[in-house]
Design a binder for this molecule. Sequence first.
Ligand code: MN3
Length: 182
Amino acid sequence: MFKLPELPYKYDALEPFIDAKTMEIHHTKHHQTYIYKLNAIIESKPELKDKTLEELVKLPETKNMAGGHSNHSFFWEIMAPKQEDTDRGWFDEYKKEFTEKASTLFGSGWVWFVKNKDKFEVVQTPLQDSPLIDGMDPVLGIDVWEHAYYLQYKWNRAEYINNWFNVVNWKKVTENFNKLKG
Ligand code: MN3
């Protein structure tokens, strides 16, 4: 049985860039619902009982709910209250493409900066598809489902994306990057 992980900060910690209400609903309703539904599927199919989350994101019958759980668990960890002056120069060459792909993704999904085989790249995934499905290792990723920003930003996804960079946990994602860079 999977359980909702606690956030490493308070719901209002990312204000003014992401409002407390959005964070609370996103965590306690959206993320929690993926977990409830994932657990229900597993309960109804004993053959899934011993699968890891990384395996479940790849299976047709669980990929939406397992991906929702996996993606959000990752997402909470790569955000943090605004930090001063963490070195993020390594991301400069990818930021424009990341922003473009996040702005133009049609419908609901995610945009990721990943290591894919031996190179780093920016990729979109539809709905709750996890980058792990294709064996990609995420460094950072943004949720561009409307539930991630609509209360505060309404239709203005571009403004959400721009502001979101202020609450990226640059210390953490720089660690991710350095680890994958090898
Ligand atoms: Mn979401």
